[in-house]
Design a protein around this ligand. Structure first.
Ligand SMILES: NC(=O)c1ccc[n+]([C@@H]2O[C@H](COP(=O)([O-])OP(=O)(O)OC[C@H]3O[C@@H](n4cnc5c(N)ncnc54)[C@H](OP(=O)(O)O)[C@@H]3O)[C@@H](O)[C@H]2O)c1
Length: 253
């Protein structure tokens, strides 16, 4: 088991890897032996993260919503080292009243949270297909399981990621490529702080509604992603792995 769970010799590309969940995924994958490439838009965040992650981490400033640049970027990375694992963590949210949401705002969310992971996975899978192996992880959300307040565009995308994992698992499985989604539950990152939960009362409410009490920690996601990417999960594909302390599977009154 210890041998199978190792990521020694593998290279992972983690989008959004400079902060929050993506950072923890990069950290745990490095801990399991992988070499990790992190990408994001803010150079200072990438520099800070890479300094913390050490010499098994490299970084590139890359906006995943610029899908026209995907092919060239992935070709450049593949020349350095084959990408064994892709984790599509980059994401944004916009919490807003449904009736106020504009078409432009919708397009912005979709560009980063749906179109980018769809197209980037396609580009990376072109190379994995030739090698007959690879692992792709998409990030879904409780919004794909439960109706959540004022995050409709985000919900469209995250439900899409859960579905896309199933669909790609079906079509890429014959090429040895596994595709799963990872469902984080509530994680207290910048995204949650800025867009969803603000007041202490609301935080307490979530904690108390969670059967395991408290919030999912970023490390919980890091370890789950490292497991999904490892040979220990060699026959796991098409699932939505929920790491939420039981909140989505319980009806607490
Ligand atoms: N926190 C939660 O409770 C929760 C729950 C369910 C799902 N999620 C999902 O988990 C993922 C990570 O979110 P997080 O909570 O860790 O928040 P976060 O710290 O805000 O992480 C988002 C990351 O995505 C990067 N990013 C955003 N747009 C990008 C773009 N166009 N190109 C490249 N990188 C981009 C950001 O870096 P730059 O701004 O520098 O580009 C940042 O590093 C997201 O997909 C989110 O939807 C979070």
């Amino acid at each position: 088991m210890l041998r199978e769970i190792s990521l020694e010799g593998k290279t992972a590309l983690v989008t959004g890897g400079a902060t929050g969940i993506g950072f923890a995924i990069a950290e745990q994958m490095i801990d399991a032996g992988a070499r990790v490439i992190i990408v994001g838009r803010r150079e200072e965040k990438l520099r800070e993260a890479a300094a913390e992650l050490g010499d098994k981490c490299s970084w590139y400033r890359f906006d995943v919503s610029e899908t026209e640049k995907h092919a060239e970027f992935i070709q450049m990375l593949e020349k350095q080292s084959p990408i064994d694992i892709l984790v599509n963590t980059a994401g944004i949210n916009n919490k807003k009243d449904y009736f106020e949401f504009t078409a432009e705002e919708f397009d912005t969310i979709v560009a980063t949270q749906a179109k980018a992971p769809f197209m980037l996975s396609q580009e990376v899978a072109r190379y994995m297909k030739v090698r007959k192996k690879g692992c792709i992880i998409l990030i879904s959300s409780l919004a794909a399981l439960l109706g959540m307040h004022e995050i409709q565009a985000y919900t469209v995308c995250k439900s899409g990621m859960k579905g896309l994992a199933r669909s790609l698992a079906r079509d890429l499985g014959p090429y040895g490529i596994r595709v799963n989604s990872l469902n984080p539950g509530f994680v207290y990152t910048d995204m949650l702080r800025n867009t969803n939960l603000k007041t202490p009362e609301r935080l307490k409410e979530i904690e108390e509604r969670t059967p395991m009490r408290g919030f999912t920690q970023t490390k919980d996601l890091g370890m789950a992603a490292a497991f999904l990417a490892s040979d220990a999960a060699r026959f796991i594909t098409g699932i939505d792995l929920v790491v939420d302390g039981g909140i989505s599977s319980s009806f607490l009154i």
